[in-house]
Design a protein around this ligand. Structure first.
Ligand code: GLN
Length: 251
């Protein structure tokens, strides 16, 4: 049975552990570099990326985290975790912060503003629905959330979100050729996949929709292997996948 590590330095690691329990998968809290040796995949939760980076540095976790990402094992960063995984982050605190890197994208750390500008919205997620069933939309909980401004060619976009061009204009690196082709750029990217890496700017672990967790687990499957007892577990209350799996949970 697969074991999922959840980086448990700070932030919403308990909620990820609860989501894993719900789909019948073993989660293990990771606080030390050597604990990474015994997990098959890793979730880096949301929280506060500067604080998390300081704690990761204190516990000497960065080299082991980079090695884990490079090993090809699945790693999923939610929110602050997405910032951790980005190759480049803008809007950082003075002095910057250490990143794990690996995900070929530029992230803006507090793109949507302060804590007061946190919001919930419905996101269109056809690729998630194609893989995991259920509705074409999911609830996106954005808490002082980052956004992805630019991705490399090897990055698949799983969800984006509309923003006014003037907001984007002041933040996004401009690519005039792209604008000429596509009209004014007016969306930011909020969920991506690149090989073994998954990144979401929002918090699926704060909703009852476990499809992001099951998608992540599927990334660790060897071809042909069906380890997803969790797929049936997650859908057992709603075999048709027609319900609204977007109610907030507070466990
Ligand atoms: N923007 C926050 C940061 O810098 C992340 C917020 C979150 O994880 N909910 O870390």
């Amino acid at each position: 049975m697969t074991t999922v590590g959840v980086l448990a330095l700070q932030g919403s690691f308990n909620e990820h552990m609860a989501a894993l329990r719900k789909i019948g998968v073993k989660g293990v809290e990771v606080r030390k570099p050597e604990q990474l040796e015994s997990v098959d995949s890793l979730i880096i939760p949301g929280g506060e990326s500067t604080t998390m980076a300081k704690l990761a540095h204190y516990h000497n976790l960065f080299p082991a985290l980079r090695e884990f990402v490079n090993s090809g094992k699945p790693v999923w960063g939610t929110c602050a975790g997405l910032i951790f995984l980005a190759n480049k982050a803008v809007g950082l605190k003075t002095g910057g912060q250490e990143l794990v890197g690996g995900l070929n994208c530029t992230v803006h750390r507090n793109f949507f503003g302060s804590q007061l500008q946190s919001f919930e919205t419905e996101l269109s997620v056809p690729k998630l629905a194609e893989q995991e069933g259920g509705p074409d939309a999911c609830r996106g909980v954005f808490i002082r959330a980052p956004a992805i401004l630019e991705v490399g060619p090897d990055v698949e976009i799983l969800a984006d979100y509309p923003v006014t061009s003037d907001k984007l204009g002041s933040m996004a690196p401009r690519d005039e050729d792209k604008e000429n082709e596509m009209g004014p750029l007016d969306r930011v990217i909020v969920a991506v996949r690149q090989g073994n890496l998954l990144g979401t700017a929002f918090h699926p672990e704060l909703t009852a929709d476990t499809r992001w967790h099951s998608l992540f687990l599927r990334m660790g499957e060897v071809k042909g292997e069906r380890s997803l007892q969790c797929a049936s577990a997650s859908n057992s209350d709603d075999p048709e996948g027609k319900g609204t799996p977007d109610l907030p949970i507070f466990e």
